[in-house]
Design a protein around this ligand. Structure first.
Ligand SMILES: [Zn+2]
Length: 418
């Protein structure tokens, strides 16, 4: 298919050009291309889909179920009891609700860490989304639990194998919930199997001071000492990292998944992103779960990132840099050929209505997209060359049914722990 006459964001600039798609990939970007099947994108701005680099998809069911609480109380009194009662079917409908929101807000790929991941595999396959999935593993020093968790991880890895839009990662939850031997074992598996690692790192000051007391070093230094960090590692949060941690992350080529709204909402702190960016650390952006955000809207997350770091200086995280982190940054972290409109990338595209009020006037389109755009400016969304939303309608999802089912399951879940 040839996408004609769109205003295309490619190589850092907007230009009126055509995009040739072949087998779900971008075969060429330019003028004078031809194909018998064409799509007229006149009046549309075409940008790469955003990559949500850290989320817990099915937590959409817990949206608003416990807000404005201190982190430990939030976890132990609300989130963990609810999660303990989650079923596979709950996670399926929660996952579908999350995918509806992501498509509608211009996200075409997400990096998910949770459990009952077979439900998420099913949701991704049915909806046509792209995802990197991991079954979150926690051993708490218990060898039997470690073995059970790895068996489940293997099972989900098997479900993802050979699936075109699915990538599997290994997901040790965090340095404080996984024992050293377990983490070493997971690193060895990741290297042997060529899988990436997705882990929470230095999210709270408490976690860092506990680790310093127990091991005399920061979580980043500890993970490095035991060999976990590498160019295949995605470290979610990294709020409390110092200069030495930054040097380690940079020298290992590890990726940071920044989650500014979750960090603000849980009062975790503000990650030193401008300093990491200046040092050259690989940055990506995620929403975290909907229980701590409370949305999965990467546009809102991008704006929050661009704004929160300006408290420290007006030049921090420009619109262009923020957009790059939200797209290309996530693609780099996951090692996937997405996040940009270039020959050879997968065709994960978002089509915006150029006449939408929130994109007017067009002094600086990228600035408008980051700072002003409303989600209803998004007209079509494409993943792997297929439309998942066309003219504002989802093509692969019965949205009304999903909203109803997710509500039903979420209310029943809250009732269970009352
Ligand atoms: Zn998280």
């Amino acid at each position: 298919m040839l996408i004609k006459n769109g205003l295309v964001f490619s190589q850092g600039t907007f230009s009126r050009t055509d995009i040739l798609l072949e087998g779900g990939s971008i075969a060429a970007v330019g003028e004078g291309l031809a194909h018998e099947e064409s799509f007229d994108a006149s009046g549309l701005i075409i940008i790469p889909g955003m990559v949500n680099a850290h989320t817990h998809l099915a937590m959409t069911l817990l949206r608003g179920a416990g807000d404005d609480m201190p982190l430990q109380a939030w976890l132990s009194e609300r989130i963990w009891p609810l999660e303990g009662n989650l079923t596979r079917t709950d996670c399926y409908w929660g996952g579908m609700l999350g995918i509806v929101e992501m498509i509608r807000t211009g996200t075409t790929c997400f990096n998910d860490m949770y459990f009952h991941m077979d439900a998420t595999v099913r949701a991704v396959k049915e909806t046509g989304m792209r995802a990197a999935l991991t079954h979150a593993v926690i051993d708490l020093g218990d060898e039997d639990k470690a073995a059970r968790e790895l068996a489940e991880s293997d099972r989900i890895e098997g479900l993802c194998r050979g699936e075109p839009r699915l990538t599997y990662l290994l997901g040790p939850h965090a340095p404080y919930t996984c024992s050293e031997s377990f983490l070493r074992n997971i690193r060895a598996r990741a290297t042997e199997r060529g899988l990436r690692i997705h882990i929470h790192v230095s999210e709270t000051a408490q976690e860092v001071s506990d680790m310093r007391r127990e091991r005399g070093m920061s979580p980043v230094a500890y993970l490095d000492t035991i060999g976990v960090l590498g160019p295949d590692t995605i470290c979610a949060h990294c709020v409390h990292v110092n200069e030495a941690d930054r040097d380690i992350l940079l020298s290992r080529g590890a990726h940071v998944a920044h989650c500014p709204q979750s960090n603000m909402k849980l009062s975790s702190g503000i990650a030193p992103l401008p300093a990491m960016d200046a040092a050259g650390v690989s940055l990506s952006l995620g929403t975290d779960g909907a229980a701590s955000n409370n949305s999965l809207d990467m546009g809102a997350e991008t704006k929050a990132m661009a704004l929160v770091h300006k408290l420290a200086g007006p030049m921090n995280l420009s619109a262009a840099r923020s957009f790059a982190v939200a797209t290309q940054g996530g693609a780099n972290a996951l090692g996937l050929p997405v996040g940009a409109i270039e020959q050879g990338r997968r065709a994960d595209l978002v089509f915006l209505d150029a006449r939408h009020y929130s994109l007017r006037p067009p002094h600086d389109l990228l600035s408008n997209i980051v700072y002003a755009m409303r989600p209803d400016a998004i007209r079509h969304v494409m993943v792997d060359g297929a439309f998942l939303m066309r003219d504002g309608e989802l093509t692969t999802i019965d949205e009304e049914l999903v909203c109803e089912k997710a509500t039903e399951h979420a209310l029943a879940l809250v009732e269970k722990v009352r």
